[in-house]
Every structure is written in structure tokens, then in C-alpha cells.
Design a protein. Structure first.
Length: 456
């Protein structure tokens, strides 16, 4: 008998059900996100060893995540198109399997050119699953529970510290090449896990919530992807996609939040990519210790901030206009300022303490921002909406590490490069605060569309 997870209850689903498909989908998508970040962040913890073997400058090393992010940005919108039209669990399973192959290829690379290519391919594959994952969560969990669902899955985006720590420790014992080879295994196993996940009906939960009431509604069967036939229909599909993309950009909450988070990512990507190297060079901390500590700070700060943010988001949602965006925006703004203060102190202990506080504050946004975006976009376009968000995030992460590396080579100071990136981070937080003025209107539009779909 085939293994299946995430099947709906036979009695149907009512507006009071908080997890109608169970918690297995959340656990599986959490594992997907965790493996994603671990495999992507391994290189950070081993960077000095890789630079030494290939003879790389800081600028050349910083160009790796830049090229990877540009490649990821190029596939963001096509990934959203796929997520809105095809089986999302199958899309994720296939790309996760590809992660494992590219991680293996990183360890087997015979030269820097091949290694560079493997890291770019890994980032490309990783970015294809994000719109599908974001869209699935909105169909597995209703609005009341979306902060928790998105919080636990999106928390993995910021748990790259685990990969950094693993990379540094494992490389010190078995070598950086062997570390990549061993860490290819989780990707292959995770792909099998996702293959067993059942695809939910698109938009059904929105209809249930819009209708309200305690009476369960029967769950429709998941429809098979419709095949586009003929040249004319394919051209029509492309035109519709262009209009759909334009419609996404005209949703103020989505556009403003995506821009704000893109600016935040510009700073965070540069700072966290170089953080172990900063500790290694400036405070003379051993590489494995620096990598482990940087990873631990990230994990603790993100977990605590996400849990507090999810609790605050659920408690304040509906009580205050744009409450989730207010919580996230304040967290990002204050966290960015505190992170800037960390680079000004000369004490190693104060530096670590301020970094931990900054990460915790910024993590308040993780469950609240993504849940807010899911609430302002209809089910037929959520894949594309999360692709738009991913496009901004990829654009931000493309230049952070390169900027820090280039400034470091020019000034002989990693501190200077990191400190300059605090400015866009603060601007990102202020933009997220501004977006709360648009939220109620955009959210009510989605509910009205769901009610009309239920009536017809």
C-alpha cells in the first residue's frame, strides 16, 4: 500500500478546523526548508578552506552567492507559473532530489569553475520549490493558523546557521569535499518524503472560511493539471501570465513588503555570509568555533524570535489594523539598528550579545510577513505571489556578499562592508511598517472573491 500524508478528513472541513489536513504537511515542508538552508549554507562554514584550496580573493568568494542569487532570480517567476498550474508536491520532490545531486557535485568538483557551477545550479533548484511550498501552506492551513504554519516553515530560511556550523565542524575533521558528499544524502531522503505528501485542493480553505459556519463542507478531489494544447492556447496562456504578474505587482501589500524584505535580505545575506570569517580574522577565533558560534547564534535568535512573533501575530491579528505587519516591521527596524551597534563595539562578548538580540528581534517578522502575504492574494495566484517575493529576496541576496567582499578588499576591513549594509536593512523595516496601511483592503478583496466563488 502506498504511503500518503496530508489526506483531508472524510467528514469534510469546517471554518473552525485549524489543521484539517493534519500536521504532517507542516513537518514535511519544514524538513524541506531545513535541508534547503543547510545545503546552501555549508559553504559559509568552510569558506576559508575553499578559498585556500582554490586561491580565491574575498571578491571572488563573494561572487559565488551573487551569481547563485542571480540565477535563482531568473527562475523565480517561471517557478511561480509552475506552482499555480501543476502538482506542487511533485515539483518540490523533484527539485529536492536535484539539490542532493548538486551538493554531491560540489564535493566532487575538480576545479573552481565546476564548483562555481554546482553552487549556482543548487541555488537555481532551491528557488523553484519556494513558490510551491508557500502556495501549499495556504491550502493546508486556514488564515487563523497561517502565522504558525508559515512561521515554522519560513524559520528555516534563517537557520542557515545550522549548515554553517555543520560545515565548519565537519570540514575540520573530514575535509570540505567529504562534507559536501555526506550532506548530499539528506536531500535524496527528503525528496522521497515529499513524494508521499498528498496535494490539497486549491483555494478550498478560502471558500470554507468565507462561507463560515460549523457545518463541514465536502472536500473536492484534487484535479489533475490541465494540459495546454495548440500554439494559440499556449500564446494565450503566456498573455494571461503576463496580466497575472502585473496584477500581483498592483497589490500594494505584496509589492511594498517584498521590496522591504528584499532590502533586508541585501544586508543579512552579506553580513551572515562573512560572519564566521569576521570572527576568525578580527577576534582570532578558530574556524570551527567561529562557524559553530555563528550558527548557534542564528538558530537560537531565529527560533526564539519566530516563536514570540507567531504568538504575538495570533494574539494581535484582528485586534489592530495590520497587526502582523506592525510586529514584523518593528522587529526588522529595531533588529537592524541593534545589529549596527554590534559592529561598533570592541568587546567580543558585547558583539555576541548584540548579535543575538538583533537576530531575535528581526525574527519576529518571519511568521507574520509571509502569513500577511498569503492573506492578500487569491488561491489561483499564490504561487506567483510567492515567486514575486522570492524574486525580490534573490535580488537582495545577489549583491550582499559581493558588496562586503569588494569593500573588504578595498579597505582591508570586513567591518566596514558589513556596517554599510545596515542602512538598507533599516529602510526595509520602515517599508514593512508602511505596508500595514494597505493590508485590510487587500485582505477583504480576497475574502469577497472567495465568497463569490462559493456562491457560483
Amino acid at each position: 500500500m502506498a504511503v500518503t500524508m496530508g489526506a483531508p478528513p472524510s467528514r469534510g472541513i469546517s471554518a473552525k478546523d485549524l489543521a484539517p489536513y493534519g500536521w504532517a504537511p507542516l513537518v514535511v515542508l519544514f524538513i524541506v526548508g531545513l535541508v534547503d538552508r543547510v545545503e546552501a549554507s555549508l559553504m559559509t562554514g568552510m569558506l576559508p578552506l575553499i578559498q585556500e584550496e582554490f586561491g580565491l580573493s574575498d571578491t571572488a568568494a563573494g561572487a559565488i552567492p551573487t551569481a547563485a542569487a542571480i540565477a535563482a532570480a531568473l527562475v523565480a517567476l517561471p517557478a511561480g507559473w509552475l506552482a499555480d498550474r501543476y502538482n506542487r508536491t511533485r515539483i518540490i520532490a523533484i527539485v529536492v532530489f536535484l539539490w542532493g545531486l548538486t551538493t554531491l557535485g560540489s564535493g566532487l568538483a575538480t576545479g573552481f569553475g565546476i564548483f562555481f557551477l554546482m553552487r549556482v545550479l543548487l541555488a537555481t533548484a532551491e528557488n523553484i520549490d519556494n513558490p510551491a511550498s508557500g502556495s501549499l501552506l495556504a491550502d493546508y492551513y486556514p488564515p487563523a493558523n497561517r502565522p504558525k504554519a508559515y512561521g515554522f516553515v519560513r524559520i528555516t530560511t534563517y537557520l542557515g546557521g545550522l549548515g554553517t556550523a555543520l560545515g565548519g565542524v565537519m570540514a575540520s575533521f573530514i575535509g570540505w569535499r567529504e562534507t559536501f558528499m555526506v550532506m548530499a544524502i539528506p536531500g535524496v531522503l527528503t525528496a522521497l518524503l515529499v513524494w508521499w505528501l498528498k496535494e490539497p485542493a486549491r483555494g478550498f480553505l478560502d471558500k470554507v472560511v468565507a462561507q463560515g459556519g460549523d457545518e463541514p463542507m465536502p472536500v473536492p478531489a484534487t484535479s489533475e493539471p490541465r494540459q495546454v494544447e495548440g500554439i494559440g492556447e499556449r500564446l494565450s496562456s503566456k498573455v494571461k501570465f503576463g496580466k497575472q504578474f502585473g496584477a500581483m505587482l498592483r497589490i500594494p501589500t505584496l509589492s511594498v513588503v517584498s521590496l522591504g524584505l528584499g532590502l533586508l535580505t541585501l544586508g543579512l545575506s552579506g553580513i551572515h555570509f562573512w560572519l564566521p570569517s569576521l570572527m576568525y580574522r578580527t577576534f582570532q577565533v578558530e574556524l570551527k568555533t567561529a562557524s559553530s558560534l555563528a550558527g548557534l547564534l542564528s538558530i537560537v535568535g531565529v527560533v526564539v524570535g519566530t516563536l514570540v512573533g507567531a504568538w504575538l501575530g495570533k494574539r494581535m491579528h484582528g485586534r489592530m489594523k495590520g497587526a502582523r505587519l506592525l510586529i514584523g516591521g518593528i522587529g526588522i527596524t529595531l533588529g537592524s539598528i541593534v545589529q549596527g551597534l554590534a559592529f561598533m563595539v570592541g568587546s567580543y562578548g558585547a558583539f555576541i550579545g548584540l548579535l543575538l538580540l538583533a537576530m531575535t528581534l528581526s525574527a519576529l517578522a518571519i511568521p507574520n510577513m509571509t502569513a500577511s502575504l498569503a492573506d492578500v492574494v487569491g488561491s489561483s495566484s499564490r504561487g506567483l505571489a510567492f515567486a514575486v517575493l522570492q524574486l525580490f529576496l534573490a535580488a537582495g541576496s545577489a549583491f550582499g556578499p559581493l558588496a562586503v567582499g569588494a569593500i573588504s578588499d578595498a579597505t582591508s576591513s570586513l567591518h566596514t562592508g558589513m556596517y554599510l549594509l545596515i542602512i538598507p536593512m533599516v529602510l526595509g523595516g520602515l517599508l514593512c511598517l508602511m505596508a500595514r496601511g494597505f493590508f485590510d483592503r487587500d485582505h477583504n478583496r480576497v475574502l469577497d472573491e472567495a465568497r463569490e466563488a462559493t456562491i457560483h
